[in-house]
Structure formats: structure tokens, C-alpha cells
Design a protein around this ligand. Sequence first.
Ligand code: MCA
Ligand code: AMP
Length: 508
Amino acid sequence: MSNHLIDRLLAPRAGSARPLLDLPDGGALSYGEFGARVNQVARLLTDRGLGPGDRVAAQVPKSWQTLALYLGTIKAGGVFLPLNTAYTAREVGYFVRDAEPRILVCDPGDAGELEPLMASRDADPGGGSLLTLDAAGRGSLADGADTRDTEFDAVPRSPGDLAAILYTSGTTGRAKGAMLTHDNLWSNAEALTDCWRFTVDDVLLHALPVFHTHGLFVATNVLMVAGGRMIFLPGFRIDEIIHCLSRATSMMGVPTFYTRLLQDPRLDHGLVRHVRLFVSGSAPLLAETHDAFWERTGHRILERYGMTETGMNTSNPYEGERRAGTVGPALPGVNVRVVDEQGGETAPAGEIGRVEVRGPNVFPGYWRMPEKTREEFTADGFFITGDLGMLGEDGYLTIVGRSKDLIISGGYNVYPKEIELVLDALPGVGESAIIGVPHPDFGEGVVAVLTGDAPPDEERVRELVSGQLARFKQPRRVFHVDALPRNSMGKVQKNLLREQYADAFSAE
Ligand code: MCA
Ligand code: AMP
């Protein structure tokens, strides 16, 4: 038996001198050098007791060593569990208790705080389940890998075995681990490489974080399947992006990348003369952003639609019309349908309903949550996305809203319930409602509306929640009201609040 993902993603270019990564320090790494590092990491993890199906959780800054950790884990038969670097120790604690990783890798600066989480697991053979990796790619993971053999026989894994778990928060406030199989990742990478025409000649500008599907699987896997190279940046810094764009052939980003680029006078046709493709996703790209980018650069941004649970589902075409405001037709092999809101009949073309998907990209379920998994699939095997959309006669999907209570801020998902639970427990707060309203940079910004005898002001709320919630989830505006508006069923009318506070960020 083979290792399904590794055999397809890495093995074809094992030992190759072809460049894979251009690094921020000016260095570069070939496929062969990267593959050798993956082997060293796989060996280290195995020596530390990692067995098939064991989880490796990682809350580490972006570096090429993070990518080696991702594929080293999978090559060693493990399951990779990346965590947003913005999460607090309290948030990480939940994931560790829920997923029970064999190994946790963190920034050396966080080791003191996170060590107790793993202390109980330290009786494992090889000892020491906490490893460290910093932004420069140094730490005990790197030190341990340095001395290991550069050869490693991949641990056999079949298409249906787990390769990764990615947590997504839920409407109940409790995060769920989406289990992704080797074939979920492989089938999606293969389809996208083909649809978007990635080849060995591609140079992808990679400025996304590598703890989410977009930056980790879509960008990285696609480039590796194609045999192309990546300009691997730690994050989105406009000067660096402008500098690197002149030698890139492609970029993948969230809408904020594009609105920030448009604000920079250096963006013009000349700057992007080598670029053949700009891709946007993770949040809605406004038609006005699409049009403005076209006017400034001559490029029509290709918008696609996906989810953590499903990878990518639809994409505007590489050749053919890239229609602003739509996310294009279903990818080959993926079934997308829109059903009426009661979940009954397929909605006629042009009518709004629930978006449901089925295909090799769709995850098998949530980690240790069989009930929740059952609720989110239909009897005929479609995953209920929680998005509302409509399909045109020609198969183009338009996402018009969400039935799930979700805010997307700069491409990060924020689930109101999780924040409301924290705010409701603060002294002086009666109850809280969290809403998302238009934000000029992040698309949507988080606003809290509070009731109570003496509710805390904006600054105090920030202080009180800082150890509990990652910064991107914290309310950027706080308003006080006597009572929250409710309908006759007693449900908070968030639509009214969204209207009332629609201009909360208009001055930014
Ligand atoms: C940073 N901050 C944010 C966000 N990012 N606040 C709200 N929303 C955000 N997204 C806060 C910081 O805490 C800080 O707050 C201040 O903003 C500046 O932080 P900084 O690090 O300088 O921000 P940045 O580097 O400019 O980041 C903005 C960003 C970044 C480039 C838009 O958030 C980003 O790379 N987002 C991409 C997310 C992504 O990859 N999503 C894909 C997941 P303060 O100063 O007040 O402390 S979805 C997915 O994978 C699905 C499957 C899909 O379809 O793709
Ligand atoms: P996540 O759970 O972080 O993977 O976020 C997935 C959600 O992001 C989807 O269910 C959509 O609501 C949203 N999303 C992703 N891509 C797009 C897009 N191109 N347009 C609109 N919404 C999108």
C-alpha cells in the first residue's frame, strides 16, 4: 500500500533540483531539499512516538519549516492539525483537549503557557510531546530534525485515511474539527491545478497564512502538483507584495488583498505584466473590486468558492467568462445544487435556496461528533453548506448570503455565538448580540451590542476578553442599548441591528 497524498504530491519530484520556494531572506529551496527535510521531520515525529492516525497540532508562525511539518506529519502516517497563530492559550487548550494530539508544536515564546496542556502525554516513548518552531524556522523541531536521516519510507495510508483536521467554529459556540482525508486533499488539488492551468512555469506569490485551507491546501498543494515555485512571504505587507508581484505569474488572496492593492498607486498594468492569474476566495469579492481591478490591471480576478469542510466547490473559468459577483460553475467531479430553504425540492434556476455539495472533495465528518455530522448531511449524501445561493441556467453559482450566523472578517471566520458566550459572562452585561457590518478593509467588522446595568465600554471589553478570544474575533465597536430587538418568537433581530449600525466603520 502507498501513502495516497505523499505519493502524488511529493514523490514525483523527490530529489529534484527544481526550485520550490523563494524565501524572504533571499534564499531558495529545491523540491529535493524540501523533500529531504520532510523526511527528517517524519523521522523525528516517529521517534517521538507518532503512530498512524495520531494528530500533530501546530500553532507556529509561517515558515517553510511549517510546510515541512505539514507534509512530514502526513508522510509519517499522522494527521496535521494547524491552528491560527492568533488563538489564545485558552482557545488552544480546547483544541488540544478535543483532538488529543500526540505532539504539539508551538512558538518558543508560547511554550511556557502551552506546556501544561501536553504534560499529561509526556509518558510517551521518545518523551517530550511539545516541540517548538519560531518565525525563522528555529526551535527544538528544527534542531531535532537537523540530525535525522534524510531518507524515510512513507507510512502507508489509503485514500480514505485522515490527513488533516481543521477546526471551524460553530453556531453553538463550540468549534468542530473537520476531518479531511488524503483523497479530499488530493482530488481537490488535482482538479484545481487542471482548471487553473498551473504548470512548472508558475511562480505563485504566497502571502496567505498556512493554517487554513486557502493558504495551506489550495495554494501549496496546487503548486506542488504542478511542479511550480512559490515566493513564500510571511504575510501581506503591501511594499513586499508590490516588489514581488513584478516576478510572479499568479497570486491567490482574500478580497482584502485586492482592496489593499487597489489603494496603492503603484498597481498598474506594468507591475503585473508577468501575471497570468489572480484568484480570490474565502469571502465575497465585491463586483466593484473586480471591475476596478480589471480597469487598473487588465486582469479579471478569478473568484472561486469553498469551505474548510469541502475544499473548493466552484470556480469561475480560466477560459470563458469570469462573471463578477458569481463564484462560477461547479468544479469537475463536484455536484452543487440549490434546494428550497425547507430542504425539499431543487430550486429552479435563478431562485435562492440552500447550497449543498457532494463530491470527492467533501469531508467525511466532524471529529468525534457523529450527531453533528449527521445533521449537516442530507439522506442522499450532500453536505449542507449553510450558504444561500442561486444557480443560473448556465450553472454559474451566486452566493447571496448565509443561513448560518457567521461573520467573515479579512477572510477569517467569526462565529457570533462564541463571542456572545464570553461577553454575556462579563460583569455588568445583561446580554449581548454580535453582528458583522461593512468594514472598508476587512469586508466585515465585528460589532457588539450590549445591555445591562453597567456594561463595559469598548476599551474595557477589549481588556476583559483579551486572554479569552483571538484579536480578530474581538469586537472593534461596542454599543449599549436598553434592550435587544426581538421578534414575536423572542429571537434577536440581528438584521435590524445590522441596519442600525451599518455605518459603524464608515469613518475608517
Ligand atoms: C488581522 N487583524 C484582523 C484581521 N487580521 N482583524 C480582523 N480581521 C482580520 N482578518 C487585526 C490584528 O489583530 C491587529 O489588531 C490588526 O488587525 C493588524 O494586524 P496585522 O497582523 O497587521 O494584519 P494584517 O497582517 O494586515 O492581516 C490582515 C489580512 C490577514 C492580510 C487580511 O487577516 C489575512 O491574511 N487574512 C487571510 C485569512 C485567510 O487565509 N482566510 C482563509 C480561511 P490590533 O492592531 O487592533 O491589535 S477560509 C478558507 O480557507 C476557505 C476554505 C476558503 O474558501 O478559502
Ligand atoms: P471556512 O469555514 O473558513 O472555510 O469558510 C467558508 C465560508 O466562506 C463559506 O461557507 C462561505 O460562506 C465563505 N466563502 C468562501 N469563498 C467565498 C466566496 N468566493 N464568496 C462568498 N463567500 C465565500
